[in-house]
Every structure is written in structure tokens, then in C-alpha cells.
Design a protein around this ligand. Structure first.
Ligand code: GTP
Length: 547
């Protein structure tokens, strides 16, 4: 085994030795929580480590303890928001204490120190650079910033299962003993069936006969076939034969259960490498126990370096009040969490959604949606402001330039245009073209004098001025003429669009220029004198403005 990989993962003295066990004493137990796990019959020693007498009650024949998922972390973060109550704006001084709380909460959640450092520094930076949003309190704003950073920390996007383009999809599961691998096999088969895919389980854990029996029982429960060659054959050969069987029977996906060891060892890695070589799996997923926190993230890193995995499955999240593994795996290992196990039932496996997980961590869904709405309102207010300026008859080249820059700052012209009533029919191609055009026109506006920018009529009426702007900006006279015409068209069309043209000719100076552009082949712009009213439909007018 690679020395670096081994160094990254220092195996626990015994399987399941986990910081979670020590922390269980401080685990907040809430009977109202939806998360539950059973003590009796559970094979997870961490569950057995619960000391009798706290947070437990009888329900039917089983002893049920309810622990809130991420409860400890949620409580830790709560104190950060509370410290900001009553402040008007986020400052370096007033965020110092909440940042310490966030740092402490994450460390207690068993997130590794480098990850915590990066997280806190990024949150501080964003908090200090955040614009104030009307009606949103600074503590609510911080909740949103932490939420967004948590989403990023956990990988941002959901990472779904990948399916083979041809032939059966092979999903190879690896993991230490007792992490829930065999259970995950059945849960995955159930998930695949729900997707409408046919599936077969493959018993490649040949060292523990009970594992084959367990898989056979689970297969029956789900209603999928289980491929087994007993305990004599070698896992790579079993898997290869299973792929052939799946091909023959037209089965969409196979899920391979491999042997779990008490700790990471060379034999385990070598066997996985051989299986990988034999069948080239579509997915190699490492099953890790959420309650092992940082250890889970280190394991994913080690397996990735050693074997090259495609992702992780985090089990027993229902019993994890800390959340360290969910928060660290992607950041530490570079590999995404694809699924999480949240109970012992077949349906307790779900895709890992970073945003939903972040919401669970914070437990403040209402605050998050409130801040999101307020941000949207703010964007709309900016759009209204932009709209007013465009509609104003005084809209000049200074406004034009300022708005161009604002649009660039806001990221996308499409969003702004989409917010102006009646404008949502603008096509993406038009928008892309408009965005390109912004850079182009900026150079021409920069070559105008302050007076020309304020009074575009000067340019419309004077060919000399247009030639000068063209020369200084490196564009043609025709391009400058078109830009001036567009400004006037924009004034007029926006006013018309909003029903604000009240009979008067709002296009002062425009007629000359339009005619001169039309007659540009015959005569230079600005020489014709015929006035014209533009009566094209809205979309065509907009095309003209954008073109
Ligand atoms: N609460 C809870 N229990 C789980 C979850 N996943 C698995 N378990 C339980 O954990 C125990 C171990 O699961 P197994 O699937 O047998 O684990 P394994 O990794 O296959 O173990 P070996 O075959 O010994 O390597 C069982 O009691 C499962 O019911 C989960 O998401 N939540």
C-alpha cells in the first residue's frame, strides 16, 4: 500500500472506535426529532456504547433513542447568530465573536482544522463584503452566507449515480466491516428498482459465509436476484462471471458486495484493485460510517488514492448529531458523497443534496427563504432603477455606460432584461449578442466628450463629431452613427413599451440620424432631413436596439 495513503489514514485500534462514542455522552436527545435508531439488535457498537439512563424510552418491544441529526452542530451555530442580534451592519469587530462560535461548532462537529480554517475565513470575507439587503437583519444575512458556504463545502451540486453507456452498470461497494455495506447493497437495489432499472446483487465477500446469507435474504426482501459462487471462488472471478450473467439476462445494473475488514490493510486494497481490473466498474463507492467524523473523510481520501473511487456513501447519518463526515468528505478527499443512509429500512437511502443538508445543519429553512426573497427583491429594485433610467428622456451616454457596467457587475444581462415586464421573450442568443456589444460600445462612449455624452443630440447633428469619436475609438463612422441611433431608439422604444409616449416626439434629433443611416450609401449620416415615426412591433424594435 502506498505510504502516503497509509499515512493519511491511521486505523483505529478497533473497528468502530470513533470520536462519536466519546461524544455520545453529550449528544442532545430530542424526543420530537424524526431521526431514530434502535439499540436492540443493532450491530453497531457505537449504538451499544450509549450509556443506559439517558434519552431513551421504550416503544413496543424495541428500545428507541431519538437523536437529532446534526443537532449538536445546529446548537453550536445558533450561538453565533444570537451574538449578532441588535447589530445594524456586519463589521470586522462584531463578527469576531460569532466567527469563533462557528469555528468551535465545526471543530466540535469533528471537521478537520484546515477545513474549518478555510471555511471560517471564507465566511468572514463574504460577511464583510456583503451588501446590506433591505429588511434583512445582519444575523439572518450571516445564516445565509454560512448556508451557501456549507453547500459549497459539501460539493455544491448533487452527484448522481453514473450508468454505463452499454452493458450492465457495475457498482462496486467497498468499506470497513460493520459500516453498513451489505445493507447499502439492498438499499441501492431498491433505489435502482424505483428508477425502473433491473438489478442483481453479487456476493463477493467470501470470507464471512454469513455475509452471503445476509445478502441472499436482503435480495429476497427487495425482490432482486443474488449472484453467488459460495466461499471458494475468488472475488475478481465471481464479479467477472456476474457481469457475464447480467449481460446474458439483460440486467441493467449489478451491485457488488465486497469483504469488509476491521481496518484498512494491504490484502483488502489488493483484492479491490483486482476486482476493479477484472470488471472496470462504472462506480466504485466507499461506504463510510457518518459517526466516525474526520476518520470517514480520511478513509475516503485513502481509498481514492489507493484504488481510485468515484464517490462515497455515508451511512448512519440518522445517529450523527455532529455532521463532521458529511461536511468534510468532499473537501478533504475531492470525492463526492453520492448517497446517505438515514436508517435501517430499505427506503432509508437517499441521494446526497448539499443544499438540503446545509438546511438541515442550520435548521432555519424559513430564514433562508426569507433572505433569498429579500435578495430577489433587491435585484428587482435594481432592475426597476435601471428601467427608470432607460425610460427617462434624459437617458444619455453616461447612463448608458453606467448601466452597461452595472449589468456586467450583476453578472448577466439576461437576468436584468428578464425582470423588465414584457422583456422575457428576448432570446438567449440576442442577450449574448447584447453582452458582446456592451464592450464594443464602451470604447466609443469613452471617446466622447462629457458634453456629447450628456447631449447625444450633438452627435446626431454633427458628422464631424461622429468622425472624431470614430477615429479616437478605432471604430468606423458608421458604427458611431449606429450607436447614437440606438441610444435614441432605446429612449423611444422603452417609453413606448411602458405606454409612456404621450403624443410628443421623444426622439429629438433622431430623424436626421435614422435617415442618414438609411441613406449612408448615397450621403453621409446627418445630411437627410426627413422625420420618421417608428411603428415596428416591440420585438422587432428590440432587435434593432440589440443588433
Ligand atoms: N441507524 C442506521 N443503521 C444502519 C444504517 N446502515 C446500516 N445500519 C446498520 O448497521 C449494521 C451493520 O450493517 P451491515 O450492512 O451488516 O454492515 P456491513 O458493512 O455489511 O458489515 P460486514 O458485512 O460485517 O462488513 C446493521 O445493523 C444495519 O442495520 C443506517 O443508515 N442507519
Amino acid at each position: 500500500m502506498d505510504a502516503t495513503a497509509l499515512a493519511l489514514y491511521s486505523p483505529p485500534a478497533a473497528a468502530h472506535r470513533s470520536p462519536a462514542r466519546a461524544d455520545f455522552a453529550s449528544l442532545r436527545v430530542r424526543c420530537s426529532s424524526t431521526a431514530s435508531f434502535r439499540l436492540r439488535g443493532s450491530r453497531n457498537p457505537a449504538f451499544g456504547a450509549l450509556s443506559p439512563g439517558w434519552g431513551r424510552r421504550r416503544r413496543g418491544s424495541g428500545l428507541v433513542v431519538r437523536a437529532e441529526m446534526f443537532g449538536q452542530l445546529t446548537t453550536g451555530l445558533e450561538s453565533a447568530w444570537n451574538k449578532l442580534r441588535g447589530v445594524d451592519v456586519l463589521t470586522k469587530e462584531n463578527i469576531a465573536e460569532p466567527m469563533r462560535d462557528i469555528r468551535r461548532a465545526l471543530l466540535e462537529a469533528d471537521v478537520s482544522l484546515p477545513v474549518v480554517r478555510r471555511f471560517v475565513s471564507s465566511v468572514s470575507e463574504k460577511a464583510l463584503g456583503a451588501d446590506t439587503i433591505n429588511g434583512v437583519r445582519p444575523d439572518q444575512q450571516l445564516v445565509k452566507i454560512v448556508h451557501d458556504e456549507l453547500v459549497q463545502l459539501m460539493g455544491g451540486e448533487v452527484s448522481d449515480l453514473v450508468f454505463a453507456k452499454s452493458g450492465p452498470t457495475v457498482i462496486l461497494l467497498a468499506g470497513l466491516q460493520g459500516v453498513g455495506k451489505t445493507t447499502v447493497c439492498a438499499k441501492l437495489a431498491f433505489y435502482l428498482k424505483k428508477l425502473g432499472k433491473s438489478c442483481m446483487l453479487v456476493a463477493a465477500d467470501v470470507y464471512r459465509p454469513a455475509a452471503i446469507d445476509q445478502l441472499t435474504i436482503l435480495g429476497k426482501q427487495v425482490g432482486v436476484p443474488v449472484y453467488s459462487e459460495g466461499t471458494e471462488a475468488k472475488p475478481p472471478q465471481i464479479t467477472k462471471n456476474a457481469v457475464e450473467e447480467a449481460k446474458n439476462k439483460n440486467i441493467d445494473a449489478i451491485v457488488v458486495d465486497t469483504a469488509g475488514r476491521l481496518q484498512i490493510d494491504k490484502a483488502m486494497m489488493d483484492e479491490l484493485k483486482e476486482v476493479k481490473k477484472a470488471v472496470n466498474p462504472t462506480e466504485i463507492l466507499l461506504v463510510v460510517d457518518a459517526m466516525t467524523g474526520q476518520e470517514a473523510a480520511a478513509l475516503v481520501t485513502t481509498f481514492n488514492i489507493e484504488i481510485g473511487i468515484t464517490g462515497a456513501i455515508l451511512t448512519k447519518l440518522d445517529g450523527d448529531s455532529r455532521g463532521g463526515a458529511a461536511l468534510s468528505v468532499k473537501e478533504v478527499s475531492g470525492r463526492p458523497i453520492k448517497f446517505v443512509g438515514r436508517g435501517e429500512r430499505l427506503e432509508d437511502l437517499e441521494l446526497f443534496y448539499p443544499d438540503r443538508m446545509a438546511q438541515r445543519v442550520l435548521g432555519m429553512g424559513d430564514v433562508l427563504s426569507f433572505v433569498e426573497k429579500a435578495q430577489e427583491v433587491m435585484r428587482q429594485e435594481e432592475a426597476v432603477e435601471l428601467q427608470k433610467k432607460i425610460m427617462s428622456a434624459k437617458f444619455d451616454f453616461n447612463d448608458f455606460l453606467k448601466q452597461s457596467q452595472n449589468v456586467a457587475k450583476m453578472g448577466s444581462m439576461s437576468r436584468v432584461i428578464g425582470m423588465i415586464p414584457g422583456m422575457n421573450k428576448v432570446t438567449p442568443a440576442q442577450i449574448r449578442e447584447a453582452e458582446k456589444r456592451l464592450a464594443f460600445v464602451e470604447s466609443m462612449i469613452n471617446a466622447m466628450t462629457a458634453e456629447e455624452r450628456e447631449k447625444p443630440e450633438l452627435l446626431a447633428e454633427s458628422r464631424e463629431r461622429r468622425i472624431r469619436v470614430a477615429e479616437e475609438s478605432g471604430k468606423t463612422e458608421q458604427e458611431v452613427s449606429q450607436l447614437v441611433a440606438q441610444l435614441f431608439q432605446m429612449r423611444a422604444q422603452m417609453q413606448k413599451l411602458m405606454g409612456m409616449v404621450q403624443g410628443q416626439d421623444a426622439i429629438a434629433g433622431m430623424g436626421d440620424l435614422m435617415d442618414s443611416l438609411k441613406a449612408e450609401e448615397k450621403a453621409p449620416p446627418g445630411t437627410a432631413r426627413r422625420k420618421r415615426r417608428n411603428s415596428k412591433p416591440m420585438q422587432r424594435d428590440l432587435d434593432a436596439v440589440l443588433s
